[in-house]
Design a protein around this ligand. Structure first.
Ligand code: ATP
Ligand code: MG
Length: 261
């Protein structure tokens, strides 16, 4: 199949059934390199299930997906991560009792080469790797918020809600993905904080990772206005609209399903 050279991700007829319930229903779409895509839809529309399919948590009943020319359907989550798809979860996965650094190192573990043996015997190699990891951690934190670097040794429980979300995104970025999936990053935040986080995401992507593509789940259409290049709307597992924010908000089916208008 001939593909657009800037196309990064594509899926075709992706479908997931839970018993008699079709949670994702023959969904097709593409994401270009550097694009920020908003994935919207009411509760239960299938947004998280779609992410679970794309990250290998669930296997599709039908359909396929891939990065560039490579088909990733059927791979395990850790294999998909290695291929360049990273994510955050709807429910925070931070360990609040652990420090900001330690939470970040969890995301970086896969990039470490030292094993337990090295920490005991080959200490210089381990130390070097640790120093590099701290430098990388600081670099990631700084890209989002300079002040977060000073809080590296603080427990995650002591940083603000918005900083915790930034930290989770940093952790997902630590594996240097080509595609980043963010499942409702603004959940539990005030509208002002949500808008601040969205503009952070756009700024960090533009300044540091211009080739990174992002799919971002959001409930509130207004929160994604201005930061997305494209919006995809799901309802009952089906894609009901796709286009620019302006195009999608004009879609009648979406207005009925989603806005109740
Ligand atoms: N593991 C599962 N087993 C059975 N049904 C499931 C499972 N996961 C999701 N579902 C169902 O699939 C549908 C889609 O759920 P999903 O979590 O993907 O929706 P969502 O769009 O992420 O919703 P929300 O905005 O509330 O997060 C829902 O009807 C949900 O109850
Ligand atoms: Mg969800």
């Amino acid at each position: 199949m001939t593909r657009n050279s800037s196309e990064l991700f594509n899926c075709e007829r992706l479908t997931k059934d839970f018993g008699g319930l079709r949670a994702v229903d023959r969904v097709d779409f593409e994401v270009s390199e550097g694009q920020i895509v908003g994935l919207i839809g009411p509760n239960g529309a299938g947004k998280t299930t779609l992410f679970n399919l794309i990250t290998g948590v669930y296997q599709p009943n039908e359909g396929r997906f891939g990065l560039r020319e490579e088909d990733l359907t059927g791979l395990m989550p850790h294999q998909i991560k290695k291929k360049g798809i990273s994510r955050t979860f709807q429910q925070s996965r931070l360990v609040l009792g652990l420090s900001v650094y330690d939470n970040l190192f969890v995301g970086m573990l896969e990039t470490f080469h030292s094993g337990f043996f090295d920490t005991l015997i080959r200490r210089s190699r381990f130390k070097k790797e640790l120093t590099t990891a701290i430098e990388r951690a600081n670099q990631l934190l700084k890209q989002f918020n300079e002040e977060l670097v000073e809080k590296g040794f603080a427990p995650a429980s002591e940083i603000s809600q918005i900083d915790r979300r930034r930290l989770e995104i940093c952790r997902a970025l630590a594996t240097e993905p080509a595609l980043l999936l963010l499942d409702e990053p603004s959940a539990g935040m005030t509208p002002e904080e949500s808008i601040e986080l969205m503009s952070d995401i756009r700024r960090v992507q533009e300044n540091y990772y211009p080739r990174l593509s992002i799919i971002l789940v959001e409930h509130d259409m207004m929160v994604i206005e201005g930061i997305t290049d494209k919006v995809i709307a799901l309802n009952y597992g089906k894609k009901i609209a796709e286009g620019t924010f302006e195009e999608v908000t004009r879609n009648e089916e979406l207005r009925e399903a989603y806005l109740g208008k």
